[in-house]
Design a protein around this ligand. Sequence first.
Ligand code: CAP
Ligand code: MG
Ligand code: MG
Length: 473
Amino acid sequence: MTIEELLKSLNDHQRAYVDLELWDKATNGDYMLASYHLVPNGKKNILQAACEVASESSTGTNFPVKTETPYARLLNALVYEVDPEAEMVKIAFPWRLFDRNGNIQNIFTYIAGNIFGMGDVKALKLIDVWFPPVMLEQYDGPSYTLDDMRKYLNVYDRPILGTIVKPKMGLSSAEYAEVCYDFWVGGWDFVKNDEPQADQDFCPYEKMVAHVKEAMDKAVKETGHKKIHSFNVSAADFDTMLERCEIIRNAGFEPGSYAFLIDGTTAGWMAVQTLRRHYPDVFIHFHRAGHGAYTRPENPIGYSVLVLSKFARLAGASGIHTGTAGVGKMAWTPGEDVTAAHEIRYFTDMWHTFEQSWTKIPPQDEDLIGINEIDKKNMEILIDDSWRGIKKCCPIVSGGLNPVLLKPFMDLMWNADFITTMGAGTHAHPDGTRAGATAMVQACEAFQKWIDIHEYAKDHKELARAIEFFEKK
Ligand code: CAP
Ligand code: MG
Ligand code: MG
């Protein structure tokens, strides 16, 4: 069917949710834009189904209602582009639809809410979103960033090297801290709780925190390097979550030596934003366990890694896992993971549906945008006066990485400005955690010196043993 025929096929109700003449008005600042891959269920054509989606994801339902008012109608989401071949549609959401208190959860109830259950669609995947400058004013964005972490660690020219303590669960608090100590003295920077770490009877929360503090003090003293631990503060309710934060803050850790990890998909956006708003001086670590139900490339219904990552930045997460681009054990590809990792770091990016500028200066103010562009090259603007832009959100790269895979991943990533955490990649090393951590450091050194790791391993035995073990797999 041609676009004209598709338009003619609409009923009055659907016609209220389409404006294929919107074009450049779509980026005039009045709308948040979204692009979806949409396959109708067969009874409706793509434009009819798209209008039903626009209705259900803004002001409407499946019939026009007598209670509609002229003002309510102004808030209708509008289908403004449709590409039947590519099965792609773009929808403009008047941003005044959204809770004006910078509430991400609210947006998801529209653009990733009921519509995922609609009978009118067989496939509905939210591919990308674009935020108008006014929304960037309203939402928190990151406060404590990777740049602050780098300053604390005095590490600038390589990824932050980290691990996740394994086994995932079952160690006592003392055993847990022992593994942290071994990693910190063998390698460098960063240890995180695993995503299910909470207050289990074999590893009581307060004891885990206290033992980690002891291990960190010992490791800092021995190595002369600062260390960081990312504590999982996810909990049954917000009070308990905040209590866990206070346990950590009152355990004697110096500012910068701890991060708060939140299981953002299972705990939800409210938890992420509560942490961001309560603790602007702490690195908020968004673990995304469970996101695969929405983001796996083969899932017909859901949203992309890019969308999740962009909202994490808007919500103010300091960092979010963005995957290993197919190099590690998870299912995604460079197209998804590297795009997401780049998008949340830069000031502008145009690798996907929309060119997103993360500046709060309205697009029409070109000369100021020009100044921002120049500053971006020196990175001052993102660091020193973020009033003009949303600060960077740090890609956290994990999931089946090991010293052998670091270079293949970095070749895809094109930069070293991220945190990497290797669990098995450290603790499965034939000579244990300390050697595993050292092997990771050596693999990173080899990359920095442009030396092949097999060459470098000739006089770095921990790396040699890691290659022997992990390459066999
Ligand atoms: C990695 C990990 C992370 C996943 C999360 C795990 O352990 O701790 O939670 O990487 O995936 O439990 O699998 P390994 P993503 O290093 O031993 O694989 O980063 O893609 O969100
Ligand atoms: Mg409803
Ligand atoms: Mg994990």
